[in-house]
Design a protein around this ligand. Structure first.
Ligand SMILES: [Zn+2]
Length: 221
């Protein structure tokens, strides 16, 4: 690829395959995030010729089919494959969400649990098929992003439960779950905190003015 500025429309470039000088539009090109348009080293005609000859080779289509049919499986069934796919997805996510990112595939593999067990739930991580026990990359302190020292590998299930919750929030939800379950099993029809104790937590609803009246009170303009 030869880097040229974006103002090169109509300029000439020599194809490195057929040796002909052609306008840059005759070459496959793409404009990068940096605003620079890069042109392929050979012209579109030469690329098309190469592709036609390549696909005419015996069994090449069958080989390609096997390669791509197993592409996703390779990523899902091995630690290394998973780490590579995870790296790519996280990098993409960090860019669209504006999250800090400075990890490599090696950093992900370095924190992978030796025993392949989710450290949060204590159950084996699974590869190979979509499962809630698939490994997933956790940001220990979500606000810091994907940076070295802030990543851990836990099961998808643990990560979904955690989301961006604090330890205190998770404890609150856990104790509520326990209470509500116990109440429901004891035959209560409203298995949540009883009104007497929640009255202190939630301010009672007050009969206020209608919304319409509030709107009418606003200054015009
Ligand atoms: Zn050419």
């Amino acid at each position: 690829m030869i880097a040229l500025s974006d103002t090169t429309a109509g300029l000439l470039q020599r194809c490195q395959t057929c040796g002909e000088e052609k306008v840059v539009e005759a070459f496959t090109h793409a404009t990068g995030r940096d605003g620079i348009t890069r042109y392929r080293y050979e012209c579109k005609v030469c690329t098309a010729t190469w592709k036609r000859n390549h696909l005419a080779k015996p069994d090449i289509r069958a080989k390609n089919r096997v390669y791509w049919n197993n592409y996703g499986k390779r990523l899902r069934t091995t630690r290394e494959g998973w780490a590579r796919a995870c790296f790519k997805a996280c990098k993409c996510r960090s860019r669209s969400k504006g999250i800090a990112f400075n990890i490599t595939v090696a950093d992900i593999l370095a924190v992978f649990p030796e025993d392949c067990v989710c450290p949060a739930l204590g159950r084996p991580l699974e590869f190979g098929r979509r499962s809630s026990m698939n490994p997933s990359l956790d940001r220990i302190r979500p606000e810091l992003g994907y940076i070295v020292g802030n990543i851990a590998i836990i099961s998808m299930r643990a990560n979904l439960i955690k989301q961006d919750a604090s330890a205190e929030e998770l404890r609150q939800v856990a104790s509520w779950t326990e209470e509500a379950r116990a109440l429901a099993e004891s035959g209560a029809t409203r298995p949540w905190r009883d009104p007497a104790s929640s009255a202190a937590l939630v301010a009672p609803r007050q009969a206020g003015p209608m919304k319409r009246e509030i709107l009418l009170d606003l200054p015009r303009g």
